[in-house]
Design a protein around this ligand. Structure first.
Ligand SMILES: CC(C)(COP(=O)(O)OP(=O)(O)OC[C@H]1O[C@@H](n2cnc3c(N)ncnc32)[C@H](O)[C@@H]1OP(=O)(O)O)[C@@H](O)C(=O)NCCC(=O)NCCS
Length: 179
């Protein structure tokens, strides 16, 4: 896990604090992630996670990855998280490439949480030696395409009918950016 990286900033009157995730965050992370999964229109994840699964995921998170949470307000309510994991572990050829994921609580979107996470994660990923970030975004996820585009990601291809959710095929847009 990346060393704690604390950042305080103020966006649209909302105080945000970005820090490294820890296993105690698992339940709060699921209050962000599971409703997004259940909505079935944002992500290719299709099955909500249990607390035990999320705790195990955080515990096993690679040392060379970045896992940030965004806390809001005096009580440190978690309103979003972002992670970067190595693109592959079967070769060192991709060691400079990270795969990024971003999730903001549905009722906290468009308030700068994503932007704050990207800022902190780009710095941490650079410090860890990543040179490039990559991910897939559902072609019907306009918000994510805009959010990643606003951060400098460019679309590099389409994996056609790559996902199938509730029997419907969905294209996946590949995006990349150089740090
Ligand atoms: C995609 C997501 C992470 C963006 O996070 P966010 O906190 O809402 O984004 P921000 O408020 O920081 O927005 C930053 C910029 O992204 C763009 N953007 C974000 N949401 C947008 C939307 N719905 N429509 C158009 N542009 C959007 C804008 O340029 C915005 O800047 P602006 O508000 O000053 O115009 C968030 O919508 C989310 O978690 N969605 C559900 C999960 C998901 O789709 N994750 C991505 C899976 S690949």
């Amino acid at each position: 896990m990346v060393a704690a990286r604390d950042r305080a900033l103020h966006n649209v009157g909302m105080s945000l604090h970005i820090r490294a995730a820890c296993v105690e965050d698992a339940a709060a992370i699921l209050t962000v992630l599971n409703p997004i999964i259940e909505a079935r229109c944002h992500t290719v994840l299709d099955t909500p996670f249990t607390l035990a699964e999320e705790r195990a995921f955080i515990e096993a998170f690679p040392e060379c990855g970045v896992f940030h949470v965004a806390e809001r307000g005096a009580e440190g309510e978690i309103v979003g998280f972002q992670d970067v994991e190595p693109f592959a572990t079967y070769t060192h050829a991709f060691d400079h490439v990270g795969v990024i994921g971003t999730f903001v609580r549905l009722d906290c979107r468009r308030q700068g949480v994503g932007r704050a996470l990207f800022d902190a994660t780009f710095d941490a990923a650079r410090d860890m030696g990543y040179e490039k970030l990559f991910t897939f975004i559902r072609s019907d996820n306009d918000a994510a395409l805009s959010a990643y585009g606003s951060q400098g990601f460019r679309e590099i291809g389409v994996a056609s009918r790559h996902a199938k959710i509730d029997g419907v095929h969905i294209d996946e847009i590949m995006v990349e950016m150089f740090l």
